[in-house]
Design a protein around this ligand. Structure first.
Ligand code: KG4
Ligand code: ZN
Length: 349
């Protein structure tokens, strides 16, 4: 049973956690939302500076909350890809320095594998194979989970991530940032059938549509056109109806793909991850589709859906179990497919 200290700085949350297998001993998260809010999105340079200012304090806080000393930590982990390069570098450099200083093994973690492992934090008995629907501000993927380190991405967005679509539509409706929670709140009082919006299907060269890939940029443009049309006749926009209709379209697109993939690949569990997992419309649709098709749908608590180091530590613990560790020469990568994940590790299984 390994005790792992992990650092996550891939985007706009500075997080340090200590996890003993799936047991979270501490999970410190400092959000930079206020810093980026004024710009309407994450500014990479601002993110790096904030991580730098916070990371030492976060490490100390995680150790203190877990009531552990360095001698009780078995390995040190950090997210090394994908993400903002400058932001990733802060966490990775801190983790590698600590590993060197305290003579501990170092484990680099793929951010998306972390999101997959978030489900284990509250469902430690979860056994692969299962399907993971990962929907965040930066990623939208339908992933078949075979075992630790073995994943097949069955579908992904061809353009905007689901969270990004929420943020962009919120901006064009003149709402704040991040847009997801605001649209979710407004949608409560709106009519999801008020406007018919395009789902964003991906055509295949031989005809038909890709069953698991999605696209949200056309939907965003459709909302923009609709808003301009509506504004021409009445400057008071039906914001709640627009929010509800947009949310319903995204939730339907995601649910349809996840359920189809689970059924096609004979996977009886769908685990959700990423910030958009908070969305009420998506939760409702997935829950009822799960009941209809006899699928188990796991929604980890929100603190583990949004970016956090506990999920990174949990993934690192699984790699530790199979003998994987990373060289101290490991660098960061802004993009990295899940299928390349084994390149992060030196140990042979
Ligand atoms: O996973 P996350 O915290 O960060 C990334 O790794 O991207 O996800 C943030 C995204 C944002 O785009 C935000 O608008 C969206 O998740 N989000 C939501 C909701 N809460 C957060 N989207 C829809 N409905 C929500 N309730
Ligand atoms: Zn994330």
């Amino acid at each position: 049973m390994a005790t792992i200290l992990a650092i996550e700085t891939s985007c706009d949350e500075t997080s340090v956690a200590i996890v003993k297998n799936c047991n979270v001993l501490s999970n410190f998260v400092a959000s930079q939302m206020a810093e980026h809010g004024q710009y309407g999105g994450v500014v990479p340079e601002v993110a790096s500076r904030c991580h730098l200012e916070t990371v030492n304090e976060a490490i100390a806080a995680a150790l203190e909350e877990a009531e552990l000393s360095w001698s009780e930590i078995d390995a040190i982990a950090a997210t090394c890809a994908p993400g903002l390069v400058g932001a990733l570098l802060v966490g990775l450099t801190a983790a590698k320095t600590l590993a060197l200083l305290h003579n501990k093994p170092f484990i680099g973690v793929h951010h998306l594998e972390g999101h997959i492992y978030a489900s284990y934090l509250t469902n430690p008995d979860l056994k692969p194979p299962f399907l993971c629907l990962l929907v965040s501000g930066g990623h939208t993927s339908v992933i078949q989970v075979h075992e630790c380190g073995q994943y097949t991405t069955l579908g992904r967005t061809r353009d905007d991530a689901a969270g990004e679509a929420f943020d962009k539509v919120a901006r064009l409706l003149g709402l704040g940032y991040p847009g997801g929670p605001i649209i979710d709140q407004l949608a409560k009082t709106g009519n999801p059938q008020a406007f018919s919006l395009p789902e964003g299907r991906i055509s295949l060269p031989k005809g038909g549509y890709h069953p698991y890939d999605c696209s949200f940029s056309g939907l965003k443009t459709a909302v923009m056109r609709l808003v301009n049309q509506l504004k021409a006749s009445d400057p008071n926009l039906p914001i709640a109806d627009l929010a509800a209709s947009f949310q319903e379209t995204v939730a339907k697109a995601l649910t349809k793909r996840a359920v189809k993939a689970a059924l096609d690949y004979n996977l009886s569990t769908i685990a959700i991850g990423g910030g958009v997992a908070a969305n009420r419309g998506l939760r409702q649709l997935l829950k009822s589709a799960g009941e209809e098709h006899n699928l188990e749908v796991l929604f980890p608590p929100m603190k583990y859906c949004t970016d956090n180091a506990a999920m990174i530590a949990c993934a690192a613990a699984a790699h530790w179990e199979v003998g994987d560790h990373s060289p101290l020469t490991l660098g960061v990568q802004s993009r990295m497919d899940l299928s390349k994940l084994q390149t992060l590790y030196t140990a042979t299984r």
